[in-house]
Design a protein around this ligand. Structure first.
Ligand code: FAD
Length: 491
C-alpha cells in the first residue's frame, strides 16, 4: 500500500481543525484534513465571541465572508442570573479592545459556519477529504508519524506527516495517543437538552441578537436567535437533576421550559421545530475536562479533543479556534526550521491552558447565585489580573480577548481608532479652546499620542513595532503577522 506524505495531517474539520489546517497551508506547507462527516453537518455551539470573528477569522481571510453571511449580530449578552431578579445586559463595545466595528460576534448555524471555514481551508490550499474517518495514529518509537483512515468506500489508507493534529472533538478516538489522561471536573458536570423554535420573542433593539441566559431552579437556559424567526433553546441541568432529561425528551423539555417563567414567556407565541435537522431534541453531556498533556512529539490536540469548559460563556469555538492558531504558529515555526518542537509546543500548551483556566476559574464564581453581577465583574478582574474596570475585565474575559493577544483584536479596528484619535487631536489643536490647548499639546496629548502610536505601529508596521512581551518568563512572542513564534530578546 502506498503511503501519501504531507507536512501536516489534521483529523476533524470543525472550527479547530479548519483553523490549524488553513493557517499552516497559508505558509505554503502541504496539509491534509480528514473529516468523518459530509458537510454541512449539524453541531451545537452557536454563539460566537468577538475574538473568533475579528481575530482568528480575520487571519483566516474569512471575516468578510462571515460579515456577508447574514448571521445575527451578537453585541453582548443578557443574563437573568444571580441575586438580582431583573435581567442585566453587557455590551462587548464597552471594552477598548472590542470597541467600534469589532464590538460584536455572530450567532451562527454551525452547519453553515463550519462549512464556510472548511471551504476556505480548501481555497487556501488544504487537501480536504470528507467522509473519511480517522481510525488510528501511526507511530514509531519516538513520535507520531501519521494517521490511518477509512475512505467513504471503507478502504483503509495510511498517510505520513511531520505533525498530526487531533481536532476531532469531544468524541475523539485519538486524543489518548498523546499520553496522559482526560481529567473531568468535579464541579461542572451538567447535561443539556436542546431544540429549536420558530417565532420566539426577541430582546429589544439594538440587543435583539444577544444571547439570553436565564438561571432557574434546576439549572439554566440558553436562548440564541439564529435568524429573525429561528431560536436555539437549551436547558442545562445539574448532574443531580439528570432524571429530568431522561425518558421522554419531549415531555422533559416542555416541563423544564414550564419551570422557567422568562423562557416560557419568550416562547409563548412560538412553535417547536419538529422536522429536519432542527426537529430532533438532543441531549449532550457537557462535562468539563482537560487532558493532562496537550502534545507529544509529532502530535498536537486542539479544541474539544484537548479540553472543554462549561458552555455558559460560549467559549467552545473560541478555545477551538484560538488553540488552532497557537498550534499553527508552533507547527509553522518548526517547519520553517526556526525553532524546535519542544520549545514551541510548550508555548502552545501554556497559552492554551491559561485561556482555558481563565474561563474555568471565573465560571466557578459565576455559579454562585446569591450575589449580584457586580460581584461577578470583580471576580473577572481578579481572575485575569486586568488593570481596567471590573466590568471591562468581565467583558474582555468573556469576549475571549483577556490574553491581550494582538491577533485576537483586529488590526483594522486599531487603525480605525488611531485614526479617530489623530483626528480628535488635530481638532483640539486647531480649535479655539483658550488656555487648554498648550497644556493638552505639551503633556497629555503627547503621552497619549505616543501610546496610540505604539499600538498603531504594532498593528500596521509589523517588524518595526515595539516588541511584544512574552506571556510567561522565558516564553516566546508572536511574529508580526501572527503566523509563527519568535524568541524573546529582552532589550
Ligand atoms: P467539533 O466542532 O466537534 O468538530 C470536530 C469534527 O471532527 C467534527 O466535524 C467531526 O465530524 C469530526 N470527527 C470526529 N471524529 C472523527 C474521526 N474519527 N475522523 C475524522 N473526523 C472526525 N461553543 C460555543 O462557542 N458557543 C456555544 O454557544 C456553545 N454551546 C454549547 C452547548 C453545549 C450543550 C455543548 C455541549 C457545547 C457547546 N459549545 C459552544 C462548545 C462547542 O460545541 C465546541 O467547543 C466546538 O464545536 C469545538 O470545536 P472543535 O473543532 O474542537 O470540534
Amino acid at each position: 500500500m502506498s503511503v501519501e506524505e504531507f507536512d501536516v495531517v489534521v483529523a476533524g474539520g470543525g472550527p479547530g481543525g479548519s483553523t490549524v489546517a488553513t493557517l499552516v497551508a497559508m505558509q505554503g506547507h502541504r496539509v491534509l484534513l480528514l473529516e468523518k462527516e459530509n458537510f454541512p453537518r449539524y453541531q451545537i455551539g452557536e454563539s460566537l465571541l468577538p475574538a473568533t470573528v475579528h481575530g482568528v477569522c480575520r487571519m483566516l481571510g474569512v471575516a468578510d465572508e462571515l460579515a456577508d453571511a447574514g448571521f445575527p449580530l451578537k453585541r453582548g449578552g443578557t443574563f437573568r442570573w444571580g441575586a438580582r431578579p431583573e435581567p442585566w445586559t453587557f455590551h462587548f463595545g464597552i471594552s477598548a479592545l472590542m470597541a467600534g466595528s469589532t464590538s460584536h460576534a455572530y450567532q451562527v448555524e454551525r452547519a453553515r459556519f463550519d462549512e464556510i471555514l472548511l471551504n476556505n481551508a480548501r481555497r487556501k490550499g488544504v487537501v480536504v477529504r470528507e467522509g473519511c474517518a480517522v481510525t488510528d495514529v501511526v507511530e514509531d518509537a519516538e513520535r507520531v508519524t501519521g494517521l490511518r483512515y477509512a475512505d467513504p468506500d471503507g478502504r483503509e489508507h495510511s498517510v505520513s506527516a511531520q505533525f498530526v493534529v487531533d481536532a476531532s472533538g469531544n468524541k475523539s478516538q485519538l486524543y489518548g495517543k498523546v499520553g496522559g489522561t482526560r481529567n473531568y471536573s468535579e464541579f461542572f458536570r451538567n447535561l443539556a437538552l436542546f431544540g429549536y423554535f420558530e417565532g420566539g420573542k426577541r430582546l429589544p433593539e439594538p440587543i435583539s441578537g444577544n444571547i439570553l441566559s436565564v438561571a432557574f431552579d434546576s439549572g439554566w437556559f440558553w436562548y440564541i436567535p439564529l435568524s429573525d424567526t429561528l431560536t436555539s433553546v437549551g436547558a442545562v441541568v445539574r448532574r443531580e437533576e439528570a432524571e429530568k432529561v431522561q425518558g421522554d425528551r419531549e415531555k422533559a423539555y416542555h416541563a423544564l421550559i414550564a419551570e422557567c417563567p422568562m423562557i416560557s414567556e419568550y416562547l409563548s407565541g412560538a412553535t417547536r421545530v419538529t422536522t429536519g435537522t432542527y426537529g430532533e431534541l438532543r441531549v449532550r453531556k457537557d462535562y468539563s475536562y482537560q487532558q493532562t498533556t496537550f502534545w507529544r512529539p509529532g502530535m498536537v490536540l486542539v479544541g474539544d479533543a484537548a479540553c472543554f469548559v462549561d458552555p455558559v460563556f460560549s467559549s467552545g469555538v473560541h478555545l477551538a479556534t484560538y488553540s488552532g492558531l497557537l498550534a499553527a504558529r508552533s507547527i509553522n515555526s518548526v517547519l520553517a526550521g526556526e525553532l524546535d518542537e519542544k520549545t514551541v509546543l510548550t508555548e502552545f500548551e501554556a497559552r492554551y491552558r491559561r485561556e482555558y483556566q481563565v474561563f474555568y476559574e471565573f465560571l466557578m464564581s459565576f455559579y454562585q447565585m446569591n450575589v449580584n453581577e457586580d460581584s461577578y465583574f470583580w471576580q473577572a478582574k481578579k481572575v485575569t489580573n486586568n488593570q481596567n474596570t471590573d466590568i471591562e475585565a468581565f467583558v474582555e474575559l468573556i469576549g475571549g480577548v483577556s490574553s491581550g493577544e494582538t491577533a485576537l483584536t483586529a488590526a483594522d479596528r486599531i487603525a480605525e481608532r488611531s485614526a479617530e484619535f489623530a483626528a480628535a487631536v488635530d481638532q483640539m489643536a486647531d480649535g479655539d479652546q483658550g488656555d487648554m490647548v498648550p497644556m493638552f499639546k505639551s503633556q497629555v496629548v503627547k503621552q497619549a499620542m505616543q501610546e496610540a502610536g505604539q499600538v498603531q505601529m504594532k498593528a500596521l508596521l509589523g517588524e518595526d513595532a515595539e516588541p511584544e512581551l512574552p506571556l510567561f518568563p522565558g516564553g516566546l512572542v508572536t511574529s508580526p503577522d501572527g503566523m509563527k513564534w519568535l524568541p524573546h530578546h529582552p532589550a
